[in-house]
Design a protein around this ligand. Sequence first.
Ligand code: AMP
Ligand code: MN
Ligand code: MN
Ligand code: MN
Length: 278
Amino acid sequence: MNADLHCHSIVSDGCLEPAAVVRRAHDNGVTLLSLTDHDELSGAAEAAREAATLGVRFVPGVEVSVSYQDVTVHVVGLGVDPENPALRANLEQVRAGREERAQRMADALARTGLGGTLSGARRFARNPAMIGRAHFARHLVASGVMPDVRTVFDHYLSHGKPGYIPHRWADLEEAVGWIRGAGGIAVMAHPARYCNRLSTTALDRLFDIFVAAGGEAIEVVAGAHSPEEAQRFATVARRRGLLASVGSDFHGEGESPVDIGRCNPLPPDLKPVWSRLI
Ligand code: AMP
Ligand code: MN
Ligand code: MN
Ligand code: MN
């Protein structure tokens, strides 16, 4: 089984059309794929059609933006019904703040001497409701201000940098509830990414709340995880009896550390989340 259960299309902040994401996954040997755009389900139908054509097993998914204390945390929902009215309405609410946030980001960047970034970012955001930091980053790379997206985040867009605007996303328990309500499995995405903002105790507490709310899985192997981090979160999966997931978090060529379908395998003793998906 070559499963990749976390990636993005142009419907949120990925670079490829949903069908092109599926083709790339197929070319790279993926047999089970989930497209997990941020706060958005509108790529699912196209991706499912292409997957059926190519014989790739497809699971509709989403990556919900959540605020835990003042830290942004991502919860992936796998196997959700993309037509579920409550999930769709709630994701629309999560998306609603992005436009104003983008304006404030542009204002903040202008104060550092970078003008015109809102119109620049818009050119990279196919879905205007999903304008986000990656679109600003691509604009600043394309305009020659910075050499690559990662450097833009390091200098301007990561927490505490001059273009960073704090934002209130969904509540953790609510997001898990929406996913479950739509028939999905809630997965804690790339947990190692929260370690620089959360102490070990706070991260433990995050998992307590996630599990109490009905969260059932954790990304152990993730594009953002080193092998050591994968081991650390394999231990968390074992201790808490969580299902284990695998996802590249692919956004586009040259932007993502791991290509779609190129993740390491899960430690064999863990129970894979796809045991519940197929
Ligand atoms: P947003 O939802 O608008 O806050 O943007 C979050 C997205 O920005 C993530 O899903 C990634 O695609 C991207 N991102 C966040 N941090 C980094 C980073 N350090 N380097 C590259 N991309 C990043
Ligand atoms: Mn993203
Ligand atoms: Mn994420
Ligand atoms: Mn992601």
